[in-house]
Design a protein around this ligand. Sequence first.
Ligand SMILES: [Zn+2]
Length: 216
Amino acid sequence: MKLQLESHHRNIPDQELIDDLVRVAKELGQDKVTIDQYNDKGRFHNTTFNRRFGSWFKALEKAGLKKTRTLNISNEELFENLVDTWTRLGRQPKYNDLTKDNSKYSSGTYEKRFGGWRKALEAFVNWVNEGEMPELPEQNSNQTTKRTPRNINWRLRAMVLMKDGARCKLCGATPQDGAKLHVDHIKPWANGGETVLENLQILCEKCNIGKSNVEV
Ligand SMILES: [Zn+2]
């Protein structure tokens, strides 16, 4: 049955597929259609569009509809982007700060997802606070040492920013001065320093490179 449907679909003209996509958009009263929405209301299946046009986005493009990429972004990605923007700006981002230069996603995307800008920031803070902290390594009887991962995850980055403020711990430079901020292991990871809040600090790129164990 499925094979029959697919071979049938192979003969549908491109325009008929596009027309049906546009019809669904009109029916929904939207200028964009998600894959789920289409599969719910469309005559065909999204895989037919993928095969024919290369991807769902390309089909939307062909139909003159907006791409729906933002609908597929996870909250996690939105929060990580906020940490990145926060680091770039050197302070808590405001609604108007989420420009193309500073942020991958617009303020509107956050508003829509969380029901308001303020709510988005609250959700972000909750996400940071609810994160599991890496466990301090324990030495067991066999003398093998478990280490925290070297990589500083986004949650920890946010915590260090909130703890230290977005300025270099050594020279005090901020992004307003043109400094690029890094999160740095105080005791280098390679020398046994762990990836925990107490061992992390904000450094500007210059000061960070000045340290013997460079971490970018
Ligand atoms: Zn510095």
